[in-house]
Ligand binder design. Structure first.
Ligand code: AMP
Ligand code: MG
Length: 501
């Protein structure tokens, strides 16, 4: 790590240039707080491309001064670190007060494109919201959040991202003593459905209104001019979240802990805890060790999201209409539109993955019926989700084998292929294959490789994490030497992920 600041930053110029708009706008929704000291901070990963996106110099962030700022040891003028308050339904049960139990919002930066982005610390020590927790985070899960977030970003899926992982030099007790770490997270905001639930629960109408205004200004500005801004805000969140969950489904992503406090108002994916990517298609896929009932199984995600959005609607009702039954009626109509919005996003995504979009048959009911039948076929055949779609470009070029060999019964593929080819027919084969390779990643963070890389990192070897990042941050371009990253994990004992990280 560079010990000195070698850049041409003017003396006294703030390094991050943090604002504190959330703090200004929303007293009542946070506690001013400071990060617990990190005894021996050591930068483990710095996201140089994200730093560039933020218009910040990576070399400056990697300097001693930069790291001190990243771990919350120094607080820039303009920054006012706070622990945010929120409520939330966890596995369907309401907790009136969750909040940042091990995290702090440092403030907001304006990125190189002029957008406002939160800078947030995860693992920064106990707060008023910690309940029984120690307020800490450990290296493996923070690297996991970094890797999965970068993979999602590279797949074109809206997500919070990690700017850095910093080891604290502390040992943190989990099932055993593990290296402590902090994640520096960048998000378009940390407003959650649970933030609205909390604000609504205070009974302070003005606070709720200020929160809605803040959310509208930051994420859904067109709603400001609507007849009923809160209703338009709701419609816009329903739309952006419907499109988000469709994208998860299209890549086989299982979030694993879709509590209302982990559902954003921005439409970004947040909180990569027990999440993982599905290999062989199965709507019942559950990775989280605590999701006993399969509430957050792969195939349940759209329905659960709509349930979470119903909780947002409830919180917004007082802003929608003074007449409670009229407010319910208006909100229900918008909530009901979720199905159509999700469906459109999913069908569009599937037709792109199958290179049917733009074809002669595009938009016909035949296409919809064809697309609808694909997931059940893949599930019945236990086909690797990512591998199947990627193999279609080979099929388009005349080589069936990479796709065919993924089927338990290859004759099922043989029967399917001519129907598919009839739908994409009439266009140049090379163009179809290229379109397929642009829509279907070859590399996703395969569970067994993520685990191996995190285990190695915990033992001090970061090379596998760097190699995994190299694969998943350029997921559509097949490269020699990365074959292992394209293959599903071994079949056998189901892969498990753990919360309480
Ligand atoms: P999450 O599962 O990360 O979405 O967290 C759910 C809630 O538990 C949030 O209120 C977190 O702040 C809190 N939490 C998670 N881990 C810890 C921890 N180690 N110490 C204190 N609070 C925690
Ligand atoms: Mg959370």
């Amino acid at each position: 790590m560079a010990p000195t600041d070698t850049t041409d930053r003017a003396a006294g110029e703030p390094l991050l240039g943090l604002d504190h708009r959330f703090v200004r706008d929303l007293p009542g929704l946070y506690d001013p707080w400071q990060a617990a000291p990190a005894p021996e901070p050591r930068l483990v990963l710095l996201n140089e491309s994200l730093a560039a996106e933020l218009g910040r110099d990576p070399a400056v962030l990697a300097s001693d001064e930069g790291v001190s700022l990243l771990v919350g040891a120094t607080v820039e003028p303009g920054s006012q670190p706070v622990a945010m308050a929120y409520a939330g339904h966890q596995f369907g049960n309401y907790s009136p007060l969750l909040g940042d139990g091990r995290a702090l919002l440092l403030g907001e930066v304006t990125d190189a494109a002029g957008r406002m982005r939160d800078v947030h610390l995860k693992g920064s020590g106990r707060t008023r919201f910690s309940r029984g927790g120690d307020g800490k985070a450990v290296l493996g899960p923070m690297l996991r959040e970094y890797v999965i977030g970068e993979a999602m970003h590279a797949l074109g899926i809206p997500t919070t991202r990690a700017l850095a992982v910093v080891a604290t030099g502390e040992r943190v007790l989990r099932e055993r003593a593990l290296p402590g770490a902090l994640l520096v997270r960048v998000a378009s905001s940390h407003l959650r459905v649970g933030t609205f639930q909390y604000a609504a629960s205070t009974g302070d109408h003005e606070l709720l209104r200020r929160l809605a205004d803040h959310a509208i200004a930051r994420h859904h500005p067109h709603a400001a001019g609507a007849d009923v801004p809160a209703l338009e805000l709701f419609r816009s969140v329903v739309d952006t979240q419907a499109r988000l969950v469709a994208q998860w489904m299209l890549v086989g992503f299982v979030h694993g802990v879709m509590n209302t406090d982990n559902t954003t108002i921005s439409g970004e994916t947040i909180d990569y805890g027990p999440c993982a990517f599905m290999d062989r298609v199965d709507p019942g896929t559950v990775f989280s060790s605590i999701d006993h009932g399969g509430r957050y199984a792969y195939g349940n995600q759209p329905r659960v999201l709509q349930w979470n959005l119903a909780r947002l609607a409830e919180a917004l009702l007082p802003l929608i209409d003074d007449d409670a039954s009229r407010a319910v009626e208006l909100a229900t109509e918008v909530l009901t539109s979720f199905d159509g919005r999700y469906r459109r996003a999913w069908v569009d995504g599937m037709t792109a993955k199958l290179a049917i979009s733009g074809g002669a048959a595009d938009g016909t009911s035949d296409v919809e019926a064809f697309v609808d039948a694909v997931p059940s076929m893949l599930a019945a055949q236990r086909v690797d989700h990512t591998g199947f779609f990627r193999a279609l470009s080979a099929v388009a070029r005349g080589d069936d084998e990479p796709a065919r060999s993924l089927f338990a019964d290859p004759t099922v593929f043989d029967a399917w292929r001519p129907t598919w080819q009839a739908l994409v027919a009439g266009r140049d084969t090379g163009a179809i294959a290229m379109a397929l390779d642009r829509a279907n990643p070859v590399y996703i963070p395969r569970n067994h490789l993520v685990e191996d890389a995190l285990d190695a990192a915990t033992e001090g070897d970061l090379a596998p994490v760097h190699r995994l990042l190299a694969a998943v941050t350029d997921p559509f371009v097949e490269r020699a030497g990365f074959e292992a990253y394209a293959a599903p994990g071994p079949e056998g004992a189901p892969f498990r992920t753990f919360c309480g990280t």
